[in-house]
Design a protein around this ligand. Structure first.
Ligand code: HEM
Length: 405
């Protein structure tokens, strides 16, 4: 069977990519895509092999295709663009990646996140107290959107009064994650936002250098590893990474997750009947409807994955959303939501050395929010048949989620 080239940018695929993934998994699990100039992988086994492969680079500029070339050119022409120039751990390779991740992990520990749970709970409670009497809300605007930025801003040590600005800058930067076809005005807005953030952060960093507090920015300044602390530039780029990587993704996990539960009332009932299923349920939501649908790697040496020979410097696009629905891994009911499944090895948070550093925080926020919504609102219902999907083909989420309760 001849299938059309993978195109994640059609309105149908943006609204629901899963039929396209099914088609690819069944008939075209590995394909060359001439538009994106990359190999596209869908099978769980292949995707996971690439994410954990040692001969790969996460640096999107290292490839031989014209998009990588464009990025290299951009950096040459914009030496002042701090964020693009400074490597973040997300796109760095060892040993640079190892150094950055180890330093940042010191300030961003799973234990610090565990200690934050009561604070996350009280933020969620306060937000829901405000709307409890209304009988209706847009979950995106009310909870999904504000919660992650409040939490990360508090962790970083950003004053409450600056949160709205922070969120705007973060959104402008996240909007460029749609791949190589991001429109020029979106790219320009992102560049402006990065400059504004760096300028703002320079003030906060200076204050913390003089007067350290119990917050992440002070932690990043203090992080030392065999005598090599983070440079000022790395503190900027890391702070921006934490902000950008953690906001929209967590918003979408909460909103997409609640949508999936509301559309599968028997699964929602299982969770209501046994709230201890919440950890398993959030893993299943990350598998079933996770917000990060794809990521990329470039091979540094010739390799063979899933029977396909790859040349050094060729790019790969790994479809996490497809791998998370691969029947070869998840069985015939791969496309069904099952909150008892506990799919701990899904790839919704990546795998290998770049596995999501913010995973404990994302999980805590989603677990607390979803549990609290179910506990407080026994009559929670969707107020629309199908909400509108926004985001990009890489980071996917609903634009709004009107609910009644
Ligand atoms: C539901 C929410 C989230 C999802 C679905 C998610 C997903 C991911 C994925 C798939 C990766 C791997 C990317 C790759 O391999 O190319 C990743 C990496 C990362 N994430 Fe998350 N993330 C979430 C929330 C967060 C939060 C809350 C933070 C921090 C505040 C965060 C910080 C990071 C960082 C720093 C990396 C890079 C790690 C490295 O390169 O070593 N993420 N995330």
């Amino acid at each position: 069977m001849v299938t059309a080239e993978f195109n994640p940018l059609t309105p149908e695929a943006l609204a629901d990519p899963y039929p396209m993934y099914r088609e690819l998994l069944a008939h075209n699990p590995v394909s060359w895509n001439s538009t994106f100039q990359t190999w596209v992988f869908t099978r769980y086994e292949d995707v996971d092999a690439i994410l954990t492969h040692q001969q790969t680079s996460a640096d999107r500029r290292s490839g031989s295709n014209s998009f990588a070339e464009m990025q290299r050119k951009y950096i040459e022409e914009h030496p002042e663009d701090l964020f693009v120039r400074a490597p973040t751990m997300l796109t760095a390779d060892p040993p640079e990646h190892t150094r950055l991740r180890r330093l940042v992990s010191k300030a961003f520990t799973p234990r610090a996140v565990e200690n934050l749970r009561p604070r996350i709970q009280s933020i969620v409670d306060e937000i829901l107290d405000d709307v409890a009497g209304d009988g209706e809300m847009d979950l995106v605007q009310t909870v999904g959107y504000p919660l992650p930025v409040i939490v990360i801003a508090e962790m970083l040590g950003v004053p409450t009064k600056d949160r709205a600005k922070f969120k705007e800058w973060s959104d402008d930067i996240v909007a460029t994650l749609g791949g190589p076809f991001t429109p020029q005005d979106v790219l320009q807005a992102a560049e402006k936002a990065r400059h504004a953030l760096v300028e703002y952060l320079s003030g906060v960093i200076e204050e913390r250098r003089k007067d350290p507090q119990d917050d992440l920015i002070s932690g990043l300044i203090a992080a030392e590893d065999e005598g090599t602390a983070l440079s000022t530039q790395e503190i900027y780029s890391t702070t921006i990474l934490l902000l950008v990587a953690g906001n929209e993704t967590t918003t979408h996990l909460i909103d997409n997750g609640m949508l999936a539960l509301l559309k599968n009332p028997e699964q929602m009932q299982l969770l209501r009947d046994d709230p201890s299923l919440i950890k398993s349920a959030v893993e299943e939501l990350l598998r079933f409807i996770g917000p990060v649908q794809a990521t990329g790697r470039t091979f540094t040496e010739d390799a063979e994955i899933g029977g396909q020979a790859l040349k050094a410097r060729e790019s790969t696009l790994v479809l996490l959303g497809a791998a998370n629905h691969d029947p070869a891994k998840w069985g015939d009911n791969a496309d069904k939501l099952d909150v008892t499944r506990n799919p701990v090895d899904h790839v919704g948070l990546g795998d290998g050395i770049h596995f999501c550093l913010g995973a404990p925080l994302a999980r805590a926020e989603a677990q607390i929010t979803i549990s609290t919504l179910l506990e407080r609102f026994p009559k929670l219902k969707l107020a629309v048949d199908e909400p509108e999907w926004g985001g990009t083909f890489i980071i996917r989420g609903v634009k709004s989620l009107p609910l009644t309760f």
